[in-house]
Design a protein. Sequence first.
Length: 422
Amino acid sequence: VRGDCIQVLLATINQDAVHQTLQAQQVAYGDVFEALLRLGHNFPDAGAYIHHNVATGNYVRLVNCAFPRLVASLQSMGPTSNPLEVAHVLYLLARGLRGIQNLPIRDAFLAQEWPLVATIVALHGGHPKVREHAVDLFVAVVPSTANPDTLVAMARLCLHWHDQHAAPHALSCLGVLAASHPALHPQVLDFLVVAFRSFCVKFNYVPNGSSSSRVALLQRFQHPPEDLALEATQFFLLLREVLRSAPALLLGHTTSSQLLVEVLQFCCDVVAVDHKLPDVTDAVCTFFSDVLALEYDSGGGGLLQRMAVAWVQSLLVFVAMSTISTKTRCVSNVFHQALHAGPVDSTLRGLVFFESFLMWLSADAQVLAQSMLQLKDRRKFQVFLNTTSMYLQGYGPPPWMATSPVLSPRGATIPSFLDVLH
């Protein structure tokens, strides 16, 4: 039965009338194409069903007979070709390559056709659909590709597209590369640095921790040239994938730790400005949580110190300024994790405790900090932090028993207190 299905599917695709019909139904064509190649995997006589005069065969014959139309289409394309037609062929190639379950065969096919594919995608990469389906193709083949030059070429194309266009999904290729090719981690780290620089340009952000950086960041949020929420969510999704599959890439040595510090500083500045984009806050806070859960070696003390200072300063600024409940809840969860919950490194938690006390300058502030450290229940901690935020902005009483008017929003010392938070 399985062999009969292979025969029917291949014959169907190769019929001109059916082929023309499928051309107009891209997803259906992709479904049939991928199903054909998945069915043939590990089927001993798959090749015997390709032509009636073939007595024996193998999976390679099936692959060679399934792709000629697509390869011929690519060979006929040039600078004046319709980009949508190019994107259509790239989509089908990606579906077909996903269907090839034998990774050496997939790699051999790509090695043979890569010069053609690279030329076409470079010519038409200015079109968003071409970029989208080219990245899908790269993601499908990166785990099985043995040639490092091909992998580096794919990554550089994706970085170029991300830099020149609104192409946040182009970075997904780097996450797969980090997970599947440890030998290329030095190059992947360089790619991550380039990606972060490109990302900062899109946000009009200079990673120096100054107040002017926050002002420029807020201005970009108010007048975005592109979908900044999508840019942020995709970039932090990439970093989270790297943290899961290859944490040493961001913690291993000077370049990587400096990159992590700069990314964390960006996160802190995003939290501190009133950008009104909940998806961005969610992406940043989820990344914070992943970083908190990492295990650090004994040499990471300097990095931990910088992380703790940046987090506490930014989170307390946020508490003193924000009236957006969804942002408050998201940041509250991260703050609670840093102080009380989750698999947070003990050294980092100790630093956050220490920095929490340093940020407060009066007897009442000490009471507030102690209350935050004593509230271990997440829900109670969130309510306490929300109440503190409202109090600091003049909308209610303090959440603790005040002993002096030092922190009253109507008192003379509150401006200097907020200056300290900033």
